[in-house]
Every structure is written in C-alpha cells, then in structure tokens.
Design a protein around this ligand. Structure first.
Ligand SMILES: [Zn+2]
Ligand SMILES: [Zn+2]
Length: 310
C-alpha cells in the first residue's frame, strides 16, 4: 500500500505497511485535493501523517460511502447537541492533519463517520461530498432562507459548492470569481455575475480584499458568511458596524437533529449530477500524485477539483 506525504514543499508517495485508523475498512476510490492541502504544502507545514481529508470508497461488502474525516468523542456536550465539529477530538482526529489521511488505498473509519451514498452517485465523484458539506454547514449557520439575495465570492471548489447549495432552492446566486473557467463552471450551476447588494454574501477565498468586497456587496442589516480559511486572521472595516452586518463563522460540518450536513451534501450531489461535471476537472491515479498536485497548484491549468483515484 502507498500513501501521499508532504515533505517540506514536495509531494512524496511512500510505502505504508498498515491500514491507519479504527473501525470499518474503506477501500478508497476517490480523493479530492483541497486548497488547504495546497496551503499546508506551500507553507511547509510540518505534517507527519498521510495527507488528505476528502474521500469516498467502498466498504468490504461493496457499499459505497463518503468519509466524514473526523472522529469526535460522542460524549461531550458538543457531540450530544450535534455540534460535534466543535468537539476537542474533531480537529485532533481530522484526516490528513491529526491522523493519517485518505490519500492512500485503504483506511479504517468508525461507523458514525461513514455516509452511505444515494444509488445514483458515483463513488468516483463522491469525494465532493466533503466540500459540499462545508458549504451546506456554512449556509445553515448563516440562516439561509428562500427569499434572500445571495452572492458568493470565489470560484474555487468551496465557492462553487456554495453556489450549488444555494441555487438548489431555486435562488439566483451572484458569483464573483477571478478566472474564466471558474465563471463558466459557476454558470453551469446557475450563477450570474454579481450586481447590486445582497442579503447574504458568502466569502470563500480567505483573502483580505475579498472580505472587503463581501462587506461592500452586503446590504445594511445583512450577513457575511466566512467560508474561506483565514490562515492569517481577518480585519474588518468600519462599514461592518455602520451597516450592522452580522458576520457568521463556520467550521467543517456537524448535524441539525438527525440530519448531518454530510447527508444533505450527498443528497445534493445525487439531485444535481451537474455539480460533479462542473467541478471535477482532472483525475489522476494515486501513483501520479506529484503531477496531480502540480496541476492543482497551477492557477492557469484550468483546474477546479483535481481528484486522485487509487
Ligand atoms: Zn478541504
Ligand atoms: Zn465530543
């Protein structure tokens, strides 16, 4: 078995002698390369484990599943209320960060972290359930309602997942994206260019200028959802106060009652096959992980989601 490791700024495929984790065995069939993987690589984060947190695969009996890449404790007050993303064990057990990740051929996960896929979702597309769940969770936290005008800033995977999750309710979504191929993908998912002011602005880039733009696009009394990763922190302009903007933060995914954000995301992928077609631009075998990362890192490659297939 092999696994993808980060060695300073290099991607390395190394031999692995045993299956990581505990619980049911998942034979991995698709893995997404995430913007945070690229960031950790570029920043030379000292990650000692196998990389990757966006995965789908097959159980021993052939059941296709998406993997929720955290193993919360199930016992603390956060876990009991459904906010298990806030459990101390959630970040500590995050695949590819706190423990060996999914950029490998097989891994083990506890039963509760497995999400059974609707029958029409191809396991080779289902690594998208994870970023879709990020968008579903954020929009739930922001209190998205049917009549709202919504804008999304950023045309990467998370931005386009936010477009897809918002457009699902029949809403018109404004999209501000930098690259032509991102705008084209947004269009396929129902987005139009941003125009005017919005009740909810979803900032998906994690960049300072984009956050300023989000505040500009937000109407007085509106909401800005922080869905990007702000590695260097954020600073907010005075307009946030003058317009009484509610800033909503969001981290990973959890559950509302019995419905996990992951379940909602899997259903979304099943209802809109266009999501996978618009987002997955490249596929590589695991053995070509190095090339796959090079394509994902090259902003001019036209890549949105680059997928590894063990
Ligand atoms: Zn990710
Ligand atoms: Zn807990």
């Amino acid at each position: 078995m092999r696994g993808v490791y980060f060695n300073k700024e290099e991607v390395e495929l190394r031999d692995v002698d045993k299956i990581a984790g505990e619980g049911a065995r998942v034979r991995v069939r698709s893995i997404g390369i995430c913007g945070s993987d690229l960031h950790m690589l570029e920043m030379k984060f000292p990650i000692k484990c196998i990389a990757g947190h966006e995965a789908a695969g097959l159980l021993d009996d052939g059941t296709p599943v998406a993997v929720e890449p955290i193993s919360p404790c199930n016992e603390c007050s956060y876990c009991r209320s459904g906010d298990y993303n806030l459990c101390r064990s959630a970040t500590a057990t995050l695949l590819g960060v706190g423990r060996d990740g999914c950029m490998t051929e097989e891994l083990r996960m506890p039963e509760r972290s497995l999400v059974h896929l609707p029958s029409n979702v191809d396991v080779k597309d289902a690594c998208l359930v994870e970023p879709l769940a990020v968008a579903v969770h954020g929009l739930r936290k922001a209190g998205l309602t049917s009549g709202q005008r919504v804008a999304v800033i950023g045309g990467g995977t998370i931005g386009l997942c936010a477009v897809a999750a918002t457009a699902d309710g029949g809403r018109v979504v404004g999209l501000a994206a930098r690259y032509e191929h991102q705008i084209a993908a947004g269009k396929r998912l129902g987005a139009v260019p941003v125009d005017g002011k919005y009740d909810l602005v979803v900032e998906c880039t994690g960049a300072k200028d984009a956050l300023k733009q989000a505040v500009d696009l937000c109407c007085a009394g509106g909401r800005v959802l922080l869905l990007g990763t702000y590695w260097e922190g954020v600073s907010l302009s005075m307009a946030v106060m003058l317009k009484e903007i509610v800033v909503v933060s969001s981290y990973m995914y959890s559950a509302s009652g019995a419905a996990r954000d992951f379940d909602v995301a899997a259903t979304l992928l099943s209802r809109h096959p266009e999501i996978a077609r618009a987002l997955i631009t490249h596929r590589f075998p695991l053995s070509e992980a190095k090339q796959a990362f090079a394509v994902a890192r090259d902003r001019k490659s036209g890549a949105i989601k680059v997928v590894l297939e063990p």
